[in-house]
Design a protein around this ligand. Sequence first.
Ligand code: NAI
Ligand code: MG
Length: 352
Amino acid sequence: SQYKIAVIPGDGIGPEVMKEALKVLEGLKEQDSTFQFQADMFDWNSDYYLKHGKMMPENGMETLKNYDAILFGAIGDERVPDEITIWELIMPIRKQFQQYINLRPVKKLDGMKTRYDDVEIDFVIVRENAEGEYSNSGGRLYQGMELELAIQNTVITKRGTSLAAQFAFEYAKKNGKKKVTSGTKSNAVIHSMKLWDEAVQLVASNYPEITLEENYIDALAAYFVQRPQSFEVVVASNLFGDILSDLGSALVGGLGISPSANLNPNREYPSMFEPVHGSAPDIAGTGKANPIAQIWSTAMMLEHLGRNDLAEKIMIGIESVVKQGKVLTADLGGTATTEEMGQAIIEAMLAN
Ligand code: NAI
Ligand code: MG
C-alpha cells in the first residue's frame, strides 16, 4: 500500500530539518520496495500568512483529512504573532483531528553526553493534548483597575482523563512496562485534579499487572532530575505534561533531538508528528540545526503507520551516528552542518 503523507515544513529551521527527514524517507523507499509513499508539500507558514492573511486555505483541514499522517516541521516568525501561527495552524490540527494524546519519548541514546552517564533513561510521557489547563474558558474583568482579575478555567473530564490513562496503560502493556506514573496535584487543586486521580485509578484497576504510582507534580519534577531511570510511562495533564516533557528533553540531550507525536489513537483522523522544538530563529539559515528531532519524529510516524521495521532502522541510524560522535551538530558539541548530520544518519541507516 502507498502511504499519503502531508508535509508542512513551516518556518525557520523547520524546512531545513524537514529536508533531511524527507531524504531519510526517500532512502528507505529506495532500499525497500514494499515501502511506497507520496509526500505532498504544504507551504502553510508565515510567508503564506503574510501573503494570504491566514495560515492555511479555507479547505485546509478538509485537504489534510485525506492523508494517512502529517509530518510537521516548526512554525514561528517574528513578523507574525505567535498566537496566530500556533492557534491558526497547529491548534486546529490537534483539536479538530482529535489528537488527544501527545506522546514524547525521553530516551538517552547510547553515547549521548548527559549528566546521567551512569544510568539508563528510557521512558515516555503521555500528555493529555485536548483539554485540561489549555482551554479557552475564562475571561478578564475590570481592566486597568486596581481590582483587575483574570480567570482561566481548567477543563478536566472523566472521559478525557480516562482516554489518556487508557493510552498510557495500553502503551505500558504493549511495551512490557510495569509501572505508570501519574502526575497530579490533588492536594491543592482539589476539584479538577481529584477527578483526574479518580479517573486514572479506575483505569488502573483494569491493569492489575501494572503498578500505578501517583506523584504530586512538584515532587515529580524533582524525581525526574534525581532518578530519571526509575520511570517507565508517565501520564499527565496538558500543562503538567508540557512542562515535564521539556524537562525530560533536557535530561537526555535537549530540544535538538526530542520528537513528539500528536495522536488520534482511534485513527478516525490523521495524526501529526513534529519535533518538540520551534523554528529557532537564532540559528535559522546557519546550517546549525540538529535534524535528529525531525528524523526521530519521522520514525514515530512510520511506527504509527505500522512500519516498526523502518522506524527501527531509522533509530539505528540515529544511534550509530550519536555513538560514533564524529558527525554532530553544535548543540551536541560538534561542528557538522544539518545536511552533514542528515547524510551520516542516512548512510548509517542504510548500512544496516
Ligand atoms: P525554539 O525551540 O525554536 O528554540 C529554543 C532554543 O533551542 C534556541 O536557542 C534554538 O537555537 C535551540 N534549538 C531548537 N531546535 C534546535 C535544533 N533542531 N538544533 C539545534 N538547536 C535547536 O524555541 P523559541 O526560541 O522559544 O521559539 C522560536 C519560535 O518557535 C517562536 O515563534 C515560537 O512560538 C515557535 N515555536 C513553535 C513550536 C512549534 O512549531 N510546534 C514549538 C515551540 C516554539
Ligand atoms: Mg512545550
